[in-house]
Design a protein around this ligand. Structure first.
Ligand SMILES: Cc1cc2nc3c(=O)[nH]c(=O)nc-3n(C[C@H](O)[C@H](O)[C@H](O)COP(=O)(O)OP(=O)(O)OC[C@H]3O[C@@H](n4cnc5c(N)ncnc54)[C@H](O)[C@@H]3O)c2cc1C
Length: 303
């Protein structure tokens, strides 16, 4: 990466929040991925805005990172700047039933805040292991709920450095997608509209869903959750199992035996292993059932 750009970033973000050639395996739940040329963690909105404007001007690629829980980064790494919003994690309550969460806040932390303040509606998301920023981009959902149902408004930083507010309908939430997916907009915060509820009931619902996850999902292995989107009229896991692919894999990546919808890292998998497993599963399922599986996982870098 151009040295002048690095020098300019060093004048904006404090040096201890700038990492060169940072291995992305440290920042993805797959625990794989090569180095990002630069990895930065801005401390405040002014820093973030200045960096975004600089990178746009210099035509340098950047990627906004949440918790890396839906992300496969190439073993060759990423020739650009990864921007972590780890410092943007405040959660507060407004008008009794509204939670305002900064983009880097974890869903689990928001769920605890909702429970402690007797607010219901976020239970479905308590076990989704990402940030609310990532959840907005993906319209994350589980057990019959999705972000679309509870999002009132999203505050966003545009590539030109302007802060704008987008209402739910403008976000165009769809199945694991939104209007901002793949765009260079940064989600800064989300306003979530919940309802008054009963603390014990909220806690019990969260616990029940956590148990279901533990029972059904291979949480003991690194993964990115469901690897494929649900094809209309089918379940990806069932198609994969019916194609005889339970346990199938390349290198140390495998289709989970517990839940065929998950590709897992058995220990020493590379991103290539995972990518090849995904690709071959797609081919074989298509051959056997005629259904094209589309990855839900986001790929970053060259494969
Ligand atoms: C064990 C396991 C279980 C899972 N279960 C579910 C589930 O039940 N339901 C479900 O929907 N998903 C599930 N997932 C997938 C994943 O947790 C979700 O997609 C989650 O919403 C991703 O959030 P993240 O913060 O990790 O985003 P990342 O993976 O870091 O990023 C995902 C995308 O969002 C973008 N992004 C992140 N933050 C911002 C921001 N602030 N501004 C702009 N862009 C941003 C990234 O650039 C990227 O394009 C699971 C994953 C795992 C590992």
């Amino acid at each position: 990466m151009n040295k002048d750009v690095i020098t300019a970033i060093e004048q904006i973000v404090s040096r201890d929040e700038i990492y060169k050639n940072e291995l992305m395996s440290r920042h993805t739940t797959f625990r794989t991925g090569g180095p990002a040329s630069l990895f930065i963690r801005p401390n405040c909105l002014d820093e973030l805005r200045s960096v975004i404007k600089l990178l746009k001007r210099a035509e340098v690629d950047y990627f906004i990172l949440g918790n890396g829980s839906n992300l496969l980064v190439s073993d060759k790494g990423y020739d650009g700047v990864v921007i972590s919003l780890g410092k943007f994690a405040d959660i507060r309550i407004e008008d009794e039933t509204r939670i305002i969460a900064q983009a880097g806040a974890m869903n689990s932390a928001i769920a605890m805040t909702a429970r402690d303040n007797e607010l219901t509606g976020f239970e479905f998301a308590a076990g989704i292991p990402g940030t609310i920023g990532g959840a907005m981009i993906m319209n994350a959902g589980a057990y019959g709920g999705e972000m679309k149902d509870i999002t009132r408004q999203v505050t966003v930083l545009t590539p030109d450095g302007d802060t704008i507010k987008l209402d739910n309908n403008v976000m165009k939430f769809g199945y694991r997608t939104s209007a901002l997916k793949g765009k260079n907009f940064v989600i800064l915060s989300a306003a979530l509209e919940l309802q008054k509820g009963n603390k014990e009931e909220i806690a019990a619902a969260m616990q029940e869903l956590a148990l279901k996850r533990k029972e059904k999902q291979p949480l003991e292995y690194p993964s990115a959750g469901s690897t494929f989107k649900r094809p209309e009229g089918y379940f990806a896991g069932k198609l994969i199992e019916d194609a005889g692919l339970k346990g199938f894999g390349v290198g140390d990546a495998a289709v989970s035996e517990k839940h065929c919808g998950f590709v897992i890292n058995k220990g020493k998998a590379t991103s290539y292993d995972i990518y090849e497993t995904i690709r071959r599963v797609q081919d074989i399922v298509y051959e056997k059932s005629g259904v094209k599986l589309e990855p839900e996982v986001i790929m970053l870098g060259e494969f």
